[in-house]
Design a protein around this ligand. Sequence first.
Ligand SMILES: Cc1cc2nc3c(=O)[nH]c(=O)nc-3n(C[C@H](O)[C@H](O)[C@H](O)COP(=O)(O)OP(=O)(O)OC[C@H]3O[C@@H](n4cnc5c(N)ncnc54)[C@H](O)[C@@H]3O)c2cc1C
Length: 520
Amino acid sequence: MSTPERVVVVGFGPVAARLVEDLLPAVAAGTLALTVLGAESRAAYNRVLVAEVAVGRTAAGAIALADADELRRAGVDVRLGATVRRVDRSRRRVLLDDGAPVPYDRLVFATGARPILPTLRGLDFAPHAEPRLPEGVAALRDLDDADLLRRVVADGGRAVILGGGVLGVEAALLVQEHGAQAVLVHHGRHPLPRHVDDDAGRLLAHRLCAAGVQLVSEARAVAVQRESDRFAALELADGALVPGDLLVLSVGVRARDELAAGCGLATGNGIHVDGRLRADTEDRVFAIGDCAAVDGARPSGLIGPGWAQAEWLAAYLTRHRTPPVPAPGPADTLPAVPPSASPESVDPLPAASLPAEPPGAILLKARGLDFTSGGDVSPGLWDTDAGGRRVSIWADPQRGAYCKMVTEDGALTGFVALGLPRTAAELVLLYERGRELPADRTTLFRLEDPVAAPAAEPGPDEVLCRCSGATHGQVATARETGCTTVEEVGRACRAGTGCGGCRDRIEAVLRAAAREPVGV
Ligand SMILES: Cc1cc2nc3c(=O)[nH]c(=O)nc-3n(C[C@H](O)[C@H](O)[C@H](O)COP(=O)(O)OP(=O)(O)OC[C@H]3O[C@@H](n4cnc5c(N)ncnc54)[C@H](O)[C@@H]3O)c2cc1C
């Protein structure tokens, strides 16, 4: 048997976890020697759900995506609390923070993203040092941050959330729902400025206030004020103070690409990779997930595309061995790289799936506030310079419902829907497939009445879980093979294992099966 190829994965987040899981058969077969190096002290967990852990809706253990001991028993070299400080491509090895070298034949960056830290007085970091937030300030990216927020929520305290984007709004609603006070400080007249027009924004703001969230709008934060070295208040440009027990920073994320930049790879808004996820020209270095800029596009910041990339790369690494070493050099001091033995040198895999074009719709993870949006909703109803785009609006503010649709040649190019869950689900499908809207738009709103418009049976190939890509057909098969809970379905076909937004639909499939007469 030939020497196993050494694959080293830097980072152990959700995307690396999927790659590792899919490479296990090759490890078992002895063709790959797999090492995964994670800076966090825990094995991968579902980061999408850290806010749910923070408010006590779920436990940290319940969002685990990997078990380090189990992986070690399966032959994977798992190292936790291991931060890679440098990559030495000429010698094909990475160096850990304690200086230990880890050699590789192939290297995968899965270093994800880090929160952007705003420029505020009181948040001053030493140049070139890993930034350390003061006590009482968190970024809600990992389980340690969740722990800080959990204490404030358990005490019914006051969390000041800076940033009115999707994660900020979701966090504010969760905090409020679980008995603490959320104060959302944001630029602009209303939260989610990139996803709403003015009317939807006003209705959204109204719904947030009705849920108890305090909004501080059109605010520019300038400083963090501390008392006894702990966060005490956020200072705004007009001198106003927003006091609280915890400041949650939610102003965006940035790809962690500095390690790749440091070893000479092309970076800038992520590690530049081609359609085959290659960061170099030698087919040795790859990047996936939140750190990867595929074919010049920014990382999507979503778990679904990262999982699709991990799945693709696992298949690629399993089928393709590294090419022979091209020229003698320092790398020759390392054990020889196995030759490119495979007759499949001509890649039988299509290029890795690129981020959806147009960018996918966003669905807010918030109970009781059905907010969905996609594309550009900026054109106004009466705009004459909207470049051929047409706008339809339907609103019922008393019921908390609003919908705006922007079309070009009949096809949906942008929409925002609030308080209209069934209409929104249909609009997501039409938007992501670039389909034409019905000429009579009011038919879409009739979908809200399940009696008048029973939902059409989805086809087996229709995607049910946007994160994992699992289809209705796969969920039906899981059900037919005996799965009776969402968790069992998740283990069978991965549906429902990402953001959890499809759990209701999986439950509906399971309930419908339970009602079916036996023996028919
Ligand atoms: C609160 C919150 C809510 C979210 N909600 C959604 C949602 O609803 N839907 C959705 O699709 N996505 C959502 N996301 C985004 C989703 O979590 C990310 O897309 C996903 O985590 C990306 O996975 P990743 O493995 O690429 O990177 P990450 O999850 O960032 O993991 C990267 C890992 O690599 C480690 N690492 C970095 N550098 C090094 C190094 N030098 N050495 C060793 N280890 C290193 C990091 O410590 C980290 O553990 C949410 C994220 C957050 C924080």
